[in-house]
Design a protein around this ligand. Sequence first.
Ligand code: S3P
Length: 193
Amino acid sequence: MTAAAGWPVEPHSEERESDGRPTRAHPPRIALIGFMGSGKSTVGRLLARRLGYRFVDVDERIESRAGMSIREIFAAEGEEAFRRLESETLEDLAGEERIVAAAGGGAPVPVRNREFFAGAAASFYLEVSFEEFLRRTGSDPARPLLQRGTGELRSLYEQRRPVYESLGRRIPTEGRSPKEIVEEILRVLGRSR
Ligand code: S3P
């Protein structure tokens, strides 16, 4: 899997078990990617708590950076400005450690952002079907892309799927609770020591 190219990494030297052994070599950053409505934030919060990592919602970081909501950024400055902020935010996050980052659905698409997901981070692709995405998101006004027609959204979904697959370990989400999804991610991390 190309996503794991820079990972697993050596444990931080200061991290030791009580008997002096290094702790398990968890990656410095864990990224959750996937289409809107795949549960990245819910799963990310839970996963961060289990690992003792900080949870970072990339969209919230973008909002504080811009001093505006995602909806306002799209309305006032357009998608291109939003994508610029998104790339800058990811570049900043690449300097942070012990974080679980939930990325917006479009974040893995620009080539500029791929290093974040395929470098030292372990990326997990939370997979949701197109139909389930529609059910889960409805017409949420906080997500400007949902103003697009179903056909356009479906082709966006199809275009992005191979990008997600190439960057992240695929984790099916349907019919599973956030807790079950977290357990699977933890199992994968444990196996990858
Ligand atoms: C987007 C997804 C959103 C947010 C923005 C654009 C996308 O995040 O970043 O509205 O391009 O798919 P979620 O995936 O968390 O909804």
